[in-house]
Design a protein around this ligand. Structure first.
Ligand code: ADP
Ligand code: MG
Length: 393
């Protein structure tokens, strides 16, 4: 049974006639007419009242988020009706009435420049009508503990509003559960709030969507879950950590960790501290072993300035360092620079062209796809970062 609602509203100072019914929403303005498909409607929200009650229709059209705001006396009723129609519409699309989407939302107020909560407020309207369990973390590793003990039954996805570090906690929390095999199939998504948001940058790139916060919300709501590779990292001590993004050593790991005191700069911290670290470039002795695509084991001993094993094309929001990587291709992409091949100047050229992916043209950067690799640092001075977090051996 189709329900029909219609009424007069005012849109950009023009009185118009808005009708909402099961097959579509129609908006008729005196001089022009706009109509939307229900698939484009994400919901409706009541806005904070100005002089008159106001509500907004949230639309997602042609890869862009749109918010149409209407003035009318019965804003509350419109919001309720649009949400009801959306639910009816969803149940009409499937034979069973779909349960409401249920999300666990983990927000790290300390991530990035401290804007995660503000960012969540910005996209919260997308999730109106969903069941949300929101946890604002109060300490490091809390997200891991929450996820380890959480009842995942019926959960649509876990949303992380932070950077890659909190996502790392979530993945490892799932990996520590007694039902880890099943738990690791829980969909996860990053709504970028941190200084390194490589997860969302990579998924948006792979989905061919422009990198906006709204597009992330859109994928989290309407996107379909797909596989994500994990790198299983086993330390000499036997300790196991899962990585969804990267294992780094030498220059990249040092910049990541030592720039922590510049957190207030957001993503700029990596550039600014990166220059300093380049001036004071260190070399790291070690052995890298990997199995190449032909199945042969290769060994490289030497002194390195750059080492990254990547699982996603981006290592930061604009660091497109592993262009040949796909998050589900079953490979780690190894990037190496041997210090006998490159000093400061050559390494700088590589770093400066990473954003465009043009660094692959420099022969001193070695790039291998591998399913199995090992890193044996000679000294314990060089730290290893997993997904941007320091992990002691
Ligand atoms: P960013 O990209 O800005 O570094 P992350 O998501 O990587 O953001 O988070 C950074 C670190 O913050 C992680 O190591 C995480 O464990 C830690 N963390 C989580 N919640 C809090 C909190 N409330 N206070 C301080 N640190 C936190
Ligand atoms: Mg991969």
């Amino acid at each position: 049974m189709a329900s029909i609602y219609h009424g007069q509203v005012s849109y950009q100072h023009q009185t118009c006639f808005l009708s909402a019914f099961l097959t579509g929403i129609e908006l008729t303005l005196p001089h022009e007419s706009l109509s939307f498909a229900w698939s484009e409607v994400l919901g409706a929200v009541e806005e904070p009242p100005l002089l008159h009650p106001v509500f907004s229709l949230l639309l997602y059209r042609q890869s862009h988020f749109q918010r149409l705001t209407f003035l009318c006396e019965d804003a509350k009723m419109w919001v309720a009706q649009v949400q009801t129609l959306l639910l009816e519409r969803r149940s009409a699309e499937s034979s069973e009435r779909p349960p409401r989407k249920r999300y666990l939302v983990l927000i790290n107020p300390a991530s990035g420049k401290g804007q995660a909560i503000a960012r969540w407020s910005q996209i919260y309207p997308f999730f109106e009508g969903c069941v949300l369990d929101i946890v604002v973390t109060q300490r490091s590793l809390q997200a891991m503990d929450v996820v380890r003990d959480y009842n995942l039954e019926g959960l649509t996805a876990i949303l992380v509003v932070s950077g890659d570090g909190l996502m790392h906690e979530v993945i490892n929390g799932l990996g520590k559960r007694f039902d880890w095999e099943k738990a690791l199939k829980t969909p996860v998504f990053l709504l970028p709030g941190g200084s390194g948001n490589a997860f969302s940058a990579s998924i948006l790139y792979e989905s061919q969507l422009p990198p906006t916060l709204e597009n992330c919300a859109y994928l989290a709501l309407k996107g379909e879950a797909r596989p994500l590779d994990l790198i299983k990292v086993v330390f000499e001590s036997g300790r196991t950590v899962y990585s969804f993004l990267s294992v780094t050593w030498s220059y990249i790991a040092d910049v990541d960790v030592e720039s922590e005191f510049l957190r207030f700069l957001g993503g700029w911290r990596f550039y600014i501290y990166g220059i300093w670290r380049l001036i004071r470039l260190k070399r790291y002795q070690g052995t890298v072993i990997y199995v190449d695509e032909g199945g042969l084991q290769r060994v490289q001993r030497g002194s390195f300035v750059y080492f990254a094993a990547c699982n996603m094309p981006f290592l930061g929001e604009s660091a497109f360092i592993a262009p040949r990587s796909r998050s589900d291709d079953g490979y780690s992409d190894l990037l190496l620079v041997n210090s006998s091949q490159a000093g400061r100047y050559r390494l700088a050229r590589i770093l400066l062209t990473e954003d465009s992916g043009n660094h692959l043209h420099y022969p001193e950067l070695e790039y291998y796809k591998t399913r199995k690799w090992a890193l044996l640092p000679d000294t314990r001075t060089g730290r290893i970062c997993i997904d941007g977090e320091v992990r002691d051996t």
